[in-house]
Design a binder for this molecule. Structure first.
Ligand code: PHB
Length: 394
């Protein structure tokens, strides 16, 4: 009888403890831009995501991840919301990730709590975005993180007057407000401000207005990618640099992957940002080399690569921390205060705001071995989103 009742308790416990956890297949709905003028963003992000999975899949065994990729076509909130809805209800994803453009993130945010799905934002950089749902964690950046210290830095350099020109939507409004606050707190004066359309902008009239105002410096934000190359060329061709106006901005105006398309105009341009392909660390060298090995020696990484890479590192951490089984609360909970060494330097997810904390670097575009790079010359240190600090937002 005793024998049939089963194993002695100690033996039964030993078996239970050593039993492998049930293998979970975690479905990630990955939404980014893969078509239209900003198609390079989706490719940069997915290249990094694929590499991360390739290098780290064994670390989450017996669990696996499955990527379900969707193209939101650009800043298109209606498309992004429909894709997110389909991924949640039809594909039954465990989480959403990606999202290049702020309006798309804002269209997805209201769906998350009811669906009990977390969203890891790997690019969209408007400060308010993370406050729109407790299910959002961000591994990219905010415009306030770069542009507020940049404004202070510019004033410290003795730059007296500045003009601002930004794309007329979330991150542009943030960049403008952040730069103006930092610059005027440091004693600078704003000579004027313009906002430029997000779709098919012709930068000529805006650069002409900036030139006519004759400031010491021009602060620019446009979405990285073809717009950054177009405005850089217009800045050069309209003679703003030649007339002594210094171009400043977040790293979005000199993204590493676009520098080869920009001619010589960006040489000397100073930006503040969290990632440079030329960042001098072992982690970044390994990251750049691994992507070159996958895609060829001319491959250029950018801040979109690192936002996606660290987003995957966050997801893998949450999978491990929850042994493959999580709801949105557990997922987000396991990332509060999470730290890692990223190719950009050390990063942390702020436990209060779920937003990223990271070093901001001052950089200058220089030619090295025949190629242009953002060469870091000052580390401004670990930076929380200043907007949330100033406004007391969570
Ligand atoms: C955004 O929409 O939040 C965004 C897009 C491109 C950038 C930066 C921010 O370069």
């Amino acid at each position: 009888m005793t024998k049939r009742a089963g194993l002695p308790i100690a033996a039964a416990l030993a078996i239970a403890v050593s039993m492998p956890a049930s293998a979970e297949n975690i479905k990630i709905g990955f939404i980014a831009t893969f078509s239209g003028p900003n198609a390079s963003f989706g490719k940069l992000m997915k290249d990094a995501v694929d590499l991360y999975i390739k290098q780290n899949a064994s670390s989450i065994a017996p669990h696996t991840v499955e990527l379900i990729v969707r193209d939101d076509t650009g800043p298109a909130p209606d498309v992004a919301r429909r894709l997110a809805q389909e991924l949640i209800t039809r594909d039954k994803v465990n989480l959403l990730a990606g999202v290049v453009f702020t309006p798309n993130a804002h269209a997805i945010a209201p769906l998350l709590v009811e669906a009990k799905v977390p969203l890891v934002i790997m690019n969209a950089g408007t400060s308010v975005t993370t406050t729109l749902s407790p299910n959002i964690v961000r591994t990219s950046f905010t415009l306030w993180q770069s542009s507020y210290p940049l404004g202070k830095w510019a004033a410290k350099q003795g730059i007296k007057t500045a003009y601002t020109a930004v794309t007329d939507y979330g991150p542009g409004h943030d960049g403008e407000a952040a730069f103006i606050k930092g610059f005027t707190e440091g004693g600078g004066t704003i000579a004027g401000s313009v906002r430029m359309p997000i779709a098919n902008p012709d930068f000529v009239p805006f650069m002409q207005r900036a030139k006519d105002a004759n400031p010491n410096a021009l602060y620019v934000f446009v979405p990285a990618g073809p717009q950054s190359t177009a405005i850089m060329k217009t800045f050069g061709e309209r003679g703003l640099g030649a007339s002594g106006i210094r171009l400043l901005g977040p790293g979005d105006i000199t993204p590493d992957d676009e520098l080869p398309n920009m001619g010589d105009t960006p040489i000397g341009v100073v930006t503040a940002h969290h990632y440079s392909m030329a960042h001098d660390s072992a982690a970044n060298k390994a990251f750049v080399e691994a992507l070159k090995k996958e895609h060829g020696p001319n491959y250029r990484t950018s801040f979109m690569s690192v936002g996606a890479w660290d987003g995957m590192a966050a997801i893998f951490h949450a999978i491990k921390a929850n042994n493959g089984k999580f709801d949105a609360d557990k997922f987000v909970g396991s990332l509060k205060g999470w730290q890692t060494e990223s190719p950009r330097g050390p990063i942390m997810i702020d436990a209060e705001t779920r937003d990223i904390v990271q070093n901001e670097y001052m950089r200058r575009v220089e030619r090295r071995d025949g190629q242009l790079f953002n060469v870091e010359f000052e580390n401004l240190g670990m930076t929380k989103d200043p907007w949330k600090q100033i406004e007391g937002k969570k």
